[in-house]
Design a binder for this molecule. Sequence first.
Ligand code: BGC
Length: 909
Amino acid sequence: MNYLHVVFKPQELVVYQAQMNNKSYPITYQKIKKLDLLALIKQIKLDFPHNQGGILKGDALAFYSPFCIKIADEDVVDMEKCFAEIFNVPFVRAEALVDNGEETLKKTLAEKQQTIGWSIDYCGYNPGKAEYTTESLLTVANGYLGLRGTLPEMVISDDTYPATYLAGLYNQAISVIDDHQVHNEDFVNAPNAQYISLRIGQGKFVNLTDFKVISLYRRLDFLTGILSSELQIEDEEGRRLKIDCRKFTNMARMTHYSIEYQFCPLNFSDQITICTKTDGGTFNYGVERYRSLNSYHYEIKDLIADKHKTYLLARTYQSKIGIGISTEISGDFFAPDSVENRINENSIVQQVVFSAEQGNCYRLEKNVAIAISTVFKQDWQQVDTWQLPNFAAQLAESQLAWQTLWRESDIVIAGDMMAQKLLRLHTYHLLASCSPLTNGKHKLDVSVTARGLHGEAYRGHIFWDEIFILPFYIMHFPTTARQLLMYRYRRLPAAKQAASQAGYQGAMFPWQSGHDGSEQTQTLHINPLTGQWDPDHSHLQCHISLSIAYNVWLYWLNTGDKPFMIDYGLELLIEIAKFWLSKTAWDATSNRYHIAGVMGPDEFHEYSLGNKEAGLQDNAYTNLMVAWLFNQIDIIVLSLSKQDLNNILNRVDIDTDFWQQLTTIKENLALSINEQNIIGQFDGYFALKEIDWQKYRNKYGNIYRLDRILRAEGKSADNYKVAKQADLLMIFHNLSQDVVKNLLKKMNYATSDNYVEKNFNYYFSRTSHGSTLSRVVHASLAENIKLSALSWQLYKEALFSDYQDIQGGTTSEGIHTGVMAATLNMTIMTYGGVDIRQPLLEINPSLPSHWRHLQFKLCHLGVNYQFFITQEKLFVSCDRDTEILVNKQGYRISAGKIANIDYKNEVVA
Ligand code: BGC
């Protein structure tokens, strides 16, 4: 066993390992910057590459349980975390070891590894963007209700952003910017009942600006959904308080959240006033570039206080959604009737004054319930009659609920501590954004927003990101997946209306969808580099409807849910197909059908060369997905009885030649394919100019938003072969190579043997990854074509994308649910190799070489599978007799037995 010892001395780090010489690394803590410190640790890793863990010794900051130090450009740096992240093994401080024995060290490191795998934590307080990012990642949520990871003392400011989000709570507002009227549908920051603070004597209420933050440590536990914080703070007179807090949204009772607030005067005894608010004066402030827009979205209807209880009723201005909040406080230092209440214009302030003794600790808890009228129809106003169980009772039921979710969805990896941690981070945040116990059980009429219940970027809207998100629910929680599809079905009338207003048939789903399913994409978008409002044509991404169709199909394939297909699914598919039929046009010259006026997933291209009207012709991804959809409709129809089919056909108005048109068009849609077998992203793509990527990288460093850079240079990405994210390549992400090959063949386009590799290399080298969705798609494709090293590099970047906020600030505005889900899916589908896109599960594992094993569960056609995959073997068990394919060979698996398949040599035991 090799353990690294790192000793923090005043001018150096001394590093040693058994049987190796000491090495000293000079360091000036007051001068070193975070980036250089990380570079130094990377160097140490190069010098001492093989370790099972490490011990940190020497001078660390007092009051922090992890080993923290202060450096030049950061308030506090957690060295256990920095070393663990770079070495990918746990590090502990020497004080954590009860003795010097190897067994103790092993045990302590194993415990630390468990903690790392199940939580994220932050030391210190860095107000502003970094704090906003931390708050997004520390959000507690249950699919209905989301609270950013702030402390109760924090208020809306540039430094901190406490916010409360409720699934589906939208409001539209008009703002006037530079003489333009801008219409926006916002994700409302609801009234905030989280505020708690206290003051000593007649002093100021504790806040993180006027008081000295001695230490702040926050930890979010994925297993239980609890955010805990430990704050030590000092006022101008040197009086010190220790404040520990725990908060969670109840996973078993979606409308409820609970806060425990414990405070201890450390070096004084005095009168303390504790204050808490039910604040109806909140507004949207989470995204800097939206701040000039109208950000007040609701009005107060009623405010009532009764001893330890408060009650608030509000209603959004335009969407008229009612919000009812009731709160209750209790504590070991006051009686309910000693609470003083003050009702202000839009908030209720509750205060308790008492004499606090040095060395004692006092505990307050606040329990809150929130109802909104879209979910609780008439009852939302009766929220004051609801039970508010105490913190402990709610915690117990919520923890149990979280456990049931983890039992189904946890992915376990041996051999990669950080991948394990980040996959759990992603699972946690997905379950926080949409949970089977809330969205699924209570049939909420919402879907998963692009930024979760965590922030206001993209205004809580729902995008094609669902194509990355739904598979997670399909595999682990199919009833929730059904519920998410119902969000779309309920908005079918709006999509039909949008199609008809635009002169098409069928259903045209909006690129950005919110409350009622109307198009919510902005028509103007601000370029932060120039400060200018540029036109935004992204609503032309009609491929959104193909993602909905794809999800309907994937759900059907994995559940065989016939009632869904008969009552809703096929109707959705047919209406979407009708839209595409009406959008295609025959051209006698090319002898092909064409689709014009669209955009593909690559948002850098809005106009074709020389064209003044936005929209592209024959986006290859779109055309291929249309051909695929038409094909699938035929297949699904054949699997239904005549009677069921007639029922559906009675609901959809189709022309007599509808079926014939599907066949003719799917076989004759146009693509442009060059001599090198590259499928052009759209008509005219090959005439675009190449860009000197190296030059731009050298000049700008981070070029992920190359479109903005080019625009600031007076150029346009439209004229260049540059892509924000996978576009044509998405077809190989959605469908197997065989299926794509067949589509092309039926369309009468030839393919060469390695055309997938060629297309991958061509487009990958022209992509800037301006969307977090880009890397993970390329990672999965790279693995499929055996570029494992590249796949791993991209997968790793995707895993770290929110955790390290690799886009430099976007996580502060909310997490990215699409990439989070996509990394989970890729782990199962690409590295685990489970192909769920066919009736018989096919499994071809391809684990990253350092993973010892990978373990997960999934449900397919009513069979619950458990997989345990090592570098050589696949162990499968299930609860019903079934059959699977491994490397194209069929295996029968008996219920309750573990099949052991040597997948590299294909021997079953
Ligand atoms: C991406 C889109 C995505 C949207 C919301 C954009 O940056 O380009 O593909 O749907 O973010 O996540």
